[in-house]
Write a protein that binds this ligand. Structure first.
Ligand SMILES: Cc1cc2nc3c(=O)[nH]c(=O)nc-3n(C[C@H](O)[C@H](O)[C@H](O)COP(=O)(O)O)c2cc1C
Length: 375
């Protein structure tokens, strides 16, 4: 088992992001009480709490149809703009799905929001996991790797439009001739995130994305992904930043935190969890390697949409802070967090956990907690 190379480890302070609950039902497919709301008033206040609590980013979600508890879904770009307008420091990451969005509209829309918010907008290019959603909105459901080929062209086009004076591009999905976007975004352009963990996702990240978002996992399994991606990125003279999902349950005692997770799972809606699992496993199986984000997810894992329990940020603030340092040691630059009761738990996390992480970072604790990539 190889230790994650030093060059793959971030040397900047870890960044923190939270999932914007712009979709109803929260981040778990469970009937447990959730003091979280998908509406704008709740979300504006949450964004203000999050930036005061030390969060750097907020990630909005894009969904076009109901399902698995997500009865209502606000659109990601307009919602992200509203959150940026209600805050001063937070960067809001808007999810974009190639297909419904094309790069021309996305680049123009995001460049304007970039000006309106002093550069506090970023994008998360997602590639689709739910064939029923595509069918409902009349979008062709391309093969898994074709979806990624399109996403890669989408990202190349976005970056080209944002940075080149006169942009020409001859892709299979998108074409431009001497296109000049004015005004260009500032600082220097919105950061480009992507979500997904398949071979195609990793290869795309190594070539074109600024950030790679992946589902929850152990530090050892994350280290394996990081080493793989960074080795390929280095061939292109790049380093990709890494963000990992986690569902955080921080309580005064570990027993209390575990009891919350047990209750979330006990109150899970089995039909909805199984239907979600079926859909996402099928989407992954369609990739050439027959895997994907959720290939090894159990029923319990699937109760949280993006395997957030696997990251195990469940326990006391001290336990969570130490596990976050392990993630940093595995090569993670950003931890993306979901919560049960967002407003109160984001505030608690900022007060109790982030300062401990900063203390451990100041002590150089990463160096004393080596992480070995899983074989
Ligand atoms: C952090 C994160 C956020 C995501 N957000 C969305 C989203 O808002 N909308 C969506 O349709 N898919 C979203 N996805 C799904 C991915 O785009 C991708 O389709 C899925 O992870 C399967 O990819 P894979 O086959 O490469 O593993 C997200 C994935 C991750 C990891």
């Amino acid at each position: 088992m190889a230790e994650t190379p030093q060059s793959n480890r971030p040397n900047e302070p870890l960044k923190f992001a939270y999932w914007v609950p712009n979709v109803s039902g929260g981040l778990v497919i469970s009937n447990i009480e959730q003091r979280t709301h998908w509406g704008i008033d709740y979300n504006r206040k949450l964004a203000q709490i999050a930036e005061a609590a030390g969060f750097d980013y907020a990630l909005s979600q894009i969904r076009f149809t109901a399902g698995y508890g997500a009865e209502n879904q606000h659109e990601s770009v307009s919602f992200s703009h509203a959150l940026a307008a209600a805050t001063e420091k937070l960067t809001v990451i808007a999810a974009l799905l190639p297909g419904p969005w094309n790069p021309t509209l996305a680049a123009k829309q995001l460049a304007t929001i970039n000006h309106l918010t002093n550069g506090r907008i970023a994008v998360n290019v997602v590639s689709g996991w739910f064939s029923g959603e595509f069918r409902a909105i009349g979008e062709p459901w391309l093969d898994h790797d074709e979806r990624y080929r399109r996403s890669e062209e989408f990202i190349r086009a976005l970056r080209g439009i944002w940075t080149e004076e006169s942009f020409t591009f001859n892709g299979d999905f998108y074409r431009y001739r001497d296109y000049s976007l004015k005004p260009k975004p500032v600082d220097p352009h919105p950061e480009i995130f992507q979500g997904g963990s398949s071979r195609a996702a990793r290869d795309m990240a190594s070539r074109v994305s600024d950030w790679y978002f992946t589902n929850g996992n152990t530090p050892e399994n994350i280290a394996r992904q990081v080493d793989d991606i960074q080795a390929k990125a280095a061939e292109h003279g790049r380093r990709v930043k890494i963000g990992v999902n986690a569902f955080a349950v921080a309580r005064d005692t570990e027993a209390e935190a575990r009891a919350v997770v047990d209750e979330i799972i006990a109150k899970a809606n089995p039909d909805a969890v199984n239907a979600f699992g079926h859909e996402v496993k099928n989407a992954g199986k369609a990739s050439p390697e027959g895997e994907g984000n959720w290939a090894k997810s159990t029923f319990e894992d699937l109760v949280q949409y993006n395997d957030g329990f696997k990251t195990n940020l469940i326990g006391t603030p001290k336990q969570i802070a130490e596990r976050i340092i392990d993630l940093k040691q595995a090569g993670v630059d950003l931890v993306l967090l979901g919560f049960l009761h967002f407003q109160e738990e984001v505030e608690f996390f900022g007060r109790e956990v982030i300062p401990l992480v900063r203390e451990l970072e100041a002590q150089g604790a990463e160096a004393t907690r080596p992480i070995h990539a899983a074989a």
